[in-house]
Every structure is written in structure tokens, then in C-alpha cells.
Design a protein around this ligand. Sequence first.
Ligand code: G5P
Ligand code: MG
Length: 225
Amino acid sequence: MGLQSVFRAVIMGAPGSGKGTVSSRIAQSFGLKHLSSGDMLRANIEAKTDLGLLMKSCIDQGQLVPDDVISRLILSSLRGLEKTSWLLDGFPRTVAQAEALDCVYDVDSVINLDVPFQTIRERLTSRWVHLPSGRVYNIDFNPPKKPGLDDVTGEPLVQRDDDSPETVSRRLKDYERQTQPVLEYYRSKGVLETFSGTETNKIWPHVHTFLSRKIPGHKQAMGKA
Ligand code: G5P
Ligand code: MG
């Protein structure tokens, strides 16, 4: 546990395992600041920043961006948040990134969403996103109120360029090769907590109970939970 009542967490899981969906529930229930590396990169692409222009083809093809680029982006966005509880989603994704984060912050808990790859393949083909906010929809699971439009702004939803079936396969392979070692890294530090299942609504209560116990000031908030 960090000093004072600051809580620092990471959410991990394969592409499409529900990190974004669960993160927004965590942010809402526990007030952690949610920082998604993918949302930040996509915002840079949308805004046509130098970084976005350089990284677009890499991301569209489902390849990881270089460790130093993403580590700098995330660590600089954490600057000034020393007294804020946060949740990192999508970072770290390689052992080198985990080590870069370790230089600056101790992580209190790592939540690992363990969802079968077949389930993931089905989900990602029916995902729609509102790029400016990162809000995520799914035609079967959480459809927008009006087809094709964001619930809050009414702006159009799009499909991510990296959600085509071939690109999803590549992302899943990269995940096995580059990101699973990060799970080992955190397991050996004793901070890894794995939640397995095929449905977010069934996984979520377990994550909620776990965090209720972990987060300072939330211990008794929900009774036994
Ligand atoms: P991202 O943006 O970090 P991924 O690939 O890690 O991308 P992604 O695709 O954003 O992860 P997620 O956040 O884990 O998936 O999942 P989600 O969006 O919440 O849920 C997926 C879909 O399933 C949604 O449509 C949701 O509504 C639906 N869903 C959720 N639960 C259920 C359920 O129970 N049932 C059903 N039916 N549906 C459900 O990274 C993108 C790229 O950025 C670069 C890389 O190029 C990466 O490929 N990048 C990095 N590169 C290097 N290092 C890093 N640290 C990087 N971070 C990003
Ligand atoms: Mg996501």
C-alpha cells in the first residue's frame, strides 16, 4: 500500500478481455483516475500530433509501439499525480515497460482479466467506439441507445482499424509472447490477482469485492461484499 491513502493499480488482460469496460466501472465505483495507453495513442492519432502520425501504422497493424515511446507518454502523464489514486490500462505491456514504471512508482495491485481467446475474437468484431472519449460499445453486450451514435454526445461511433480478424490474431500472438511475461513479473512481486471468466458482468463483482478490501477507506464501505 502506498503512503497516505493513494492506491496505484494496473489492469491487464489480452486485447478485448474487457480492460476498458472494467476500468470505467472501477473509476466510477472507487474514484481511481483511469489512464488508458491505447486511448492516449488514439487521441494522438485523431489530433494528428507528431507522435500520432508516427505511430498510426504501427497501431493499425496491431503491433506494439516502441517501449521508450509509450513509457515516456505514460510516465509523463503520471507526473503531477503523486497524490492521486490511479489505474493504468494497457501499460505496462512488456517487462521493459514494467521496469520503467517500477523506477518511479510501486504498484499496489495488478488486476488480470483472464478471458478465453475464442470469446475475445467474437467480441472484437462487434465492438464500436467513441474515439474522443474512449467509450466502448458492443452490438450484443452494451449497444448504444441509438445505433451508431455515442450515448453522451450523439457523435458517430467507429470501428477500430485494428479490430479486423487478422489483426486481432496478431495482437493475441503478441500478447502471449510479450505481455504474458509481465504477469510473471508481477506474480513474483506478489501483487497479481487473476479473475477468469467469459462474461464481464460475472467477473466484475469479484473485482469489486477485491478492491473494496484493498483500497484505503473502502474496507467496510460495502459491508462484507
Ligand atoms: P489498447 O487500446 O490497449 P488492447 O488491444 O489491449 O488495446 P482493447 O482492444 O482496448 O485492448 P479491452 O480494453 O481489454 O480491449 O476490452 P474492452 O474494449 O473493454 O472490451 C472489448 C469489447 O468487448 C467491447 O466491445 C466491449 O463492449 C465488449 N465486452 C466487454 N465485456 C463483454 C462481455 O461480457 N460480453 C460481450 N459479449 N462483450 C463484452 O491498445 C491498442 C494498441 O495501442 C498500442 C498497440 O499498438 C496496441 O495494439 N499500445 C501499446 N503499444 C506498446 N506498449 C503499450 N503499453 C501499448 N498500449 C497500447
Ligand atoms: Mg481498451
